[in-house]
Ligand binder design. Structure first.
Ligand code: DMJ
Length: 631
């Protein structure tokens, strides 16, 4: 398969000439050099000499013709006592310098279209009550969260997850009551005091015992969901001079003490390993750790612990958590990569990558996400130089654009493919829903959490940032279309894209009125939906950064489909077996991230943009916000 159509600057059509200042001198000389005179005189040496003489004469005229009024007022304004004669000489000197100075490369500016984006979107936003409408929609999300929690509380309190159809609880994550901890900070942000009270008193009474007694857990899942949830709850309940969103519940130190106890046990994954790469599994009750049966760890898993471990070190005053976590990233920096892209497995025994499979879906995804987020978390601290993380991120994003991004047929959706047999092999046009974290990460990496408008006004964006932001917008559209192309309006777990090398008929999403029904192919085995957050996460970030209301509208459409097809009357929401069939068969599982992430991002998307600002908070990969500390 040809790799000749990667996403690149070519697709963005930035006309750099627009941003370059041309001096009067340059205009005259360029005109002369491209005129007929150049063609006629340039062929003989006398002609060349005359031409040069003329240019020189013109330049001298420009240099000696001074505008005194301008010079004097210039001097006065700067409070400089000037002597006219001296000033004239200085002016000539400056003009000479200007002659040889390169024209400044002006920063990219917002186009007029982008500037008026808030006012012309379907006309709706001119209505005075638009924010009221979004508040009402936000309330619907809050109600959905209450409904999800009520099902969990009734049928599964203390279990990891709810099986809403069977009305039972199930421990799929080691038995730490993962839904309680994952949901707590969402309830705090939503101001649901009763849920905060119920969840926090369960944590206060039971979680430490569970941690002491339970057996095997996955290092990554436990860190991002349970440790991350506790750390956010600590901050949002007033710890670390944080917010006091929680009116009810225990003192913040309770969360910190439990977090430390848990993390001390998780550290065994690092200390038992012969290399800096941690084992994937920890046995909590005896603080031991071992590798997975195949001896390997996932690349994304070993590189998606650092936000949490760094913050824990910052608030506990004990550097050991951060030290272990950051050793992993420092080691990954030294390993060979393909244009910044990495295989999805790594061996804790050798410290080397294993296999050649490269993808931004499962086992690869949050490696890329944490490179930029850990850099954002640490860049203003005085703890060391973390520029290498930013460099690794930028190199990887160039690699993504060059090696993985293609356009579908016939309607040209950008997608991120996979290299299952390595960089020399074919590009598979397969994209996991998990990859839909990428647009949000790209946008965040471009503006560092500021709005695009502010970042441009303050001259902070490079052309590469703009290129990444453009790709973020293109991929967000693709992720949204993965929803709207199906009969239920909900995305499958995996989509394939029709390209010149790949097509399978009879595998569309079922929504025949979608413009992309022939571009997106959904295989039978991939038709399930686990209530995943990645697309709404990117909608939230893209909305905050671009302020384009279409992202809110898309989020609303997705939310309505969740309401219509996944809600279970007796309480909770269910994952689905097949999004292409109406009504879709239910899978009977409410994942913890539906409360921890999906509903949190939807709530924030429809709400006031000053809540949890992206330049002050970094969300871990499970949507638990951690404050960005500065030195
Ligand atoms: C979550 O646990 C996290 O977002 C993780 O990074 C990826 N998978 C799930 C959600 O889909």
């Amino acid at each position: 398969m040809s790799k000749s159509l990667p996403y690149s600057m070519k697709d963005v059509h930035y006309d750099n000439a627009k941003f370059r200042h041309r001096s009067l001198f340059k205009v005259i000389t360029q005109t002369l050099l491209t005129s007929n005179m150049r063609r006629e005189c340039g062929s003989c040496s006398t002609g060349k000499f005359l031409g040069l003489l003329m240019i020189f004469g013109l330049a001298c005229l420009m240099l000696t013709h001074t505008n005194k009024a301008h010079s004097v007022s210039d001097g006065l304004a700067k409070g400089i006592a000037t002597n006219e004669e001296h000033k004239e000489v200085t002016d000539i000197g400056i003009r000479f310098k200007k002659l040889f100075r390169r024209a400044p490369r002006l920063p990219p500016r917002l186009s007029p279209d982008e500037k008026i984006i808030h006012h012309n979107f379907t006309g709706k936003l001119n209505e005075p009550n638009v924010e009221e409408q979004w508040k009402a929609r936000q309330q619907n999300v809050k109600d959905a969260f209450t409904h999800a929690w009520s099902g969990y509380k009734k049928f599964a309190m203390g279990y990891d997850e709810l099986m809403p159809v069977s009305r039972l609880g199930v421990d799929g994550l080691g038995g730490l009551g993962a839904t309680v901890v994952d949901a707590l900070d969402t309830a705090m942000i939503m101001g649901l005091d009763d849920v905060v009270s119920e969840a926090s008193s369960w944590i206060e009474s039971h979680l430490l015992d569970r941690i002491r007694q339970k057996g095997q857990v996955n290092l990554f899942e436990t860190t991002i969901r349970v440790l991350g949830g506790l750390l956010s709850a600590y901050h949002l309940s007033g710890g670390d001079q944080g917010m006091t969103l929680a009116q009810k519940g225990p003192k913040p130190t309770i969360y910190l003490d439990i977090a430390k106890n848990l993390a001390d046990r998780l550290l065994s994954a690092f200390t038992s390993s012969p290399t800096t790469i941690p084992f994937s599994d920890v046995v909590l009750r005896d603080s031991s750790a071992h590798s997975a049966p195949d001896g390997l760890s996932s690349t994304s898993e070993v590189s998606t612990l650092q936000l949490e471990f760094n913050y824990l070190s910052a608030i506990s005053g004990d550097p050991k958590y951060s030290t272990e976590g950051m050793k992993v990233l420092a080691h990954l920096k030294t390993l060979p990569k393909t244009e910044g892209l990495v295989p999805i497995y790594i061996s804790p025994h050798s410290g080397e990558f294993s296999g050649e499979n490269i993808r931004l879906g499962s086992r690869g995804d949050s490696y890329y996400e944490y490179l930029i987020k850990v850099w954002l978390q640490l860049r203003d601290t005085q703890d060391g130089n973390f520029t290498y993380l930013h460099d690794m991120y930028e190199e990887a994003m160039r690699g993504v654009k060059h090696m993985l991004v293609q356009k579908s047929t016939p309607s040209e959706l950008f997608f991120v493919g996979e290299l299952p047999v390595g960089p020399k092999g074919y590009l598979s046009p397969k994209m996991d829903h998990l990859v839909c974290f990428l647009p949000g990460t790209l946008a965040l990496g471009a503006t560092k959490g500021l709005t695009k408008e502010k970042a441009m006004k303050d001259n902070l964006l490079t052309f590469e940032d703009l290129d990444n932001l453009k790709l973020a917008e293109d991929l967000t559209k693709t992720c949204f279309e993965m929803y709207s192309v199906t009969s239920t309006g909900l995305a499958p777990e995996i989509a394939y894209f029709h390209t010149k090398d790949y097509f399978e008929s009879g595998l569309d999403g079922g929504n025949k009125s979608s413009e992309y029904v022939n571009d997106i192919i959904i295989k039978h085995a991939d038709r399930h939906n686990l209530l995943r957050p990645e697309t709404v996460e990117s909608l939230f970030v893209l909305y905050r950064i671009t302020q384009d209301p279409k992202y809110r509208e898309w989020g609303w459409q997705i939310f309505e489909s969740f309401e219509k097809y996944t809600k279970v009357e007796s309480g909770g929401y269910s994952s689905l077996d097949d999004v292409t069939t109406v009504p879709p068969p239910k899978r009977d599982k409410m994942e913890t991230f539906f409360l921890g992430e999906t509903l949190k991002y939807l709530y924030l998307l429809f709400g006031d943009s000053s809540v949890m600002p992206l330049d002050k908070f970094v969300f871990n990969t499970e949507a638990h916000p951690l404050p960005i500390k500065s030195s």
